[in-house]
Design a protein around this ligand. Sequence first.
Ligand SMILES: [Fe+2]
Ligand SMILES: [Fe+2]
Length: 203
Amino acid sequence: MQTDDPGASAISLIKSEHRALGAVVHALQRFAHAVRAELAAPDFELLAAMLYYIDIFPEQFHHPKEDLHLFSALRRRTAALDHVLDALQAEHVRGEQMMRQLEKALLHYQGGAPEGLANFCANVDAYAAFTFDHMRTEEERILATASRYLTHEDWLEIDNAFRDNRDPLFGARPTEAFRLLHQRIANLVPVKLRPLFRRVDPS
Ligand SMILES: [Fe+2]
Ligand SMILES: [Fe+2]
């Protein structure tokens, strides 16, 4: 599907991916703390599903599209944003490392490690703060100014990339696969904690 304003369309797609990711990260954080406060029973299936989503979605789907399409187009057009783009791309690598630490912390907690839950919560908090800060920087420093530098053709390419349904990981319909995974996580959240699982803006 084409649009008259591919810039507005691409920005809206990227922001909606941020909101979908932010909702799961936020729910993970609230759920982990609810377990720690003994307001909810530990549910390792739910925790693993949340970690799976926030691992696969940004690290293997969202960030590569930013690197390959949005960031590279900006680097072609201007050097003015290089320092911000350098920092954001380094954060894409750092985010993956933090995700591995988070998975290890969950496994140790599940395995009965002393202070396992406290350590897991600390890792969740660090990952959440890092992720929200990353998305805020992208929205305020990159998306808010990118139109000064990018052409209509640049935006068309970026918009098409973020609309692309041919992601190798999820076959023909990645958006549908993510929607179902999102729904599965929502269904696993205990009823009394469902208000925590709402869409949130990264700001
Ligand atoms: Fe990013
Ligand atoms: Fe992003």
